[in-house]
Design a binder for this molecule. Structure first.
Ligand SMILES: [Cu+2]
Length: 134
């Protein structure tokens, strides 16, 4: 008799749990699937925009980091932290900055996969590379 009771209790408990779970699941999927989709899209966009901006510092006659791998569509910003001017020139002539004074910035958006070596035309030993990889 005791066994029967506990069994009944167990089963009704399970049934209750499954009903609640079913309600919660269907309620959640019904009400939040459009919002969930938008949220997922939004966070993907946020993730992409975070990835889509990369900074290269110019400090102490060096580009830091010296080589950066980015996804296509990424905008790279170079910032000169030195107190003398530097430039950012593509070795292959694909981009070319003006002389950057202290805290000046140069930006370029990389859309095509490939490697983009660059240097400072005032100090040609200063070199760096952007690698664009899908
Ligand atoms: Cu320089």
């Amino acid at each position: 008799m005791k066994k029967m009771v506990s069994l009944d209790f167990k089963w009704s408990g399970l049934a209750l749990v499954s009903i609640v779970a079913g309600l919660t699941l269907s309620g959640a999927s019904a009400s939040s699937s459009p919002r969930g989709g938008a949220g997922a899209a939004q966070s993907a966009v946020a993730g992409a925009s975070m990835e889509a901006a990369t900074q290269v510092k110019i400090d102490n006659f060096a580009f830091t980091p010296g080589a950066v791998t980015v996804k296509p569509g990424t905008q790279v910003t170079w910032v000169n932290h030195d107190d003398i001017p530097h430039t950012v020139d593509s070795t292959e002539g694909k981009f070319k900055s003006a002389a950057l004074d202290t805290d000046d910035k140069f930006q370029f958006r990389f859309t095509e996969p490939g490697e983009y070596p660059f240097y400072c035309r005032m100090h040609p030993k200063m070199t760096g590379k952007i690698i664009v990889q899908p």
